[in-house]
Structures are given as C-alpha cells and as structure tokens.
Write a protein that binds this ligand. Structure first.
Ligand code: RB5
Length: 144
C-alpha cells in the first residue's frame, strides 16, 4: 500500500515521525512536504495530498497541521477526498468503517506520536463496513 503524507509547519514533526514509522512498517511512503518548520500555508498541503490520493497516485493520505482541522478542511475541498479529523482510536475506526475515509487529518498540538501511530494503524487495518446504508452515504458524499 502506498501512503502519501503532507503537513504544514505546525504538523511537520508529527508528519515526519509518521513517515518514518510507516516506512519501517513496510509501507511505501511519499512525503509531499513541507520540508522544514518554516511557516507555510496548510491549504496548499492539504490540497496537494488529497489530489495525490484522488488521482490514484497513492492509496491513502495523511495530512497534519497543528490541530488537523485546517488541513483537513483543505483536503475535503478536493472532489473525491473523504478526509476525517482523527483524535481518538474511535475516530480512526469509524473513519474507515462507516465513512471509508481515504485520508485522515491529525494534529501535532493535540496528538502525541505514539497515539498517532495507534490511530493510523487502526484506520489502516479497519475494513469498510460495506453495508448498503454506508455505501449509499459514501456515494452521496462522492456525488456532491
Ligand atoms: C498554523 O499556525 C496552524 O494554524 C495550523 O497548523 C493548523 O492548526 C490550522 O488548522
């Protein structure tokens, strides 16, 4: 599985930690930036990562900013992106199981690396429920 990651400066350290973790776990990882802690604009990176996933260049995407909120909003502006802000294991599970999220957004100010690894693993290992009502709702999202 190929996973794309991107962050602004506020998510730079957590993004790098997750990139190294996922790479060690054997995933193919693409780091779309940012490349330093210098201030950048999160919409640029949320859009970049979501476009990368929606175009099929990666299977899934992880975006990180200070809270996950801004970069998650940006990712969801890209048609076909279903990006869930994840701040707990429960969020991670349902992001996949009910919403079939193809990206998740995490916050470096709100989530420690060890917790983020757990959330990412949960999201990656959970299966989409696949039941008619969830499939219908995901299709309604994609048709917007
Ligand atoms: C940047 O200071 C900060 O606003 C950003 O990382 C993010 O938290 C926005 O939602």
């Amino acid at each position: 599985m190929k996973i794309a990651l991107a962050s602004d400066h506020g998510g730079f350290e957590l993004k790098n930690g997750l990139r190294d973790y996922l790479s060690d776990e054997g995933y193919e990882v693409v780091d779309l930036g940012t490349e330093s802690g210098e201030s950048v604009d999160y919409p640029v990176y949320g859009k970049k990562c979501a476009e990368y996933v929606v175009s099929g260049q990666a299977d899934k995407g992880i975006v990180v900013c200070g809270t996950g909120i801004g970069i998650g909003i940006a990712a969801n502006k890209v048609h076909g992106a279903r990006c869930a802000v994840v701040a707990s294991e429960t969020h991670a599970f349902f992001a996949k199981n009910h919403n079939d999220a193809n990206l998740i957004a995490l916050g470096e100010r709100t989530t420690e690396l060890e917790d983020a690894k757990l959330y990412v693993d949960t999201w990656l290992q959970t299966k989409f429920d696949g039941g008619e009502r969830h499939a219908r709702r995901v299709k309604l999202l994609d048709d917007m």
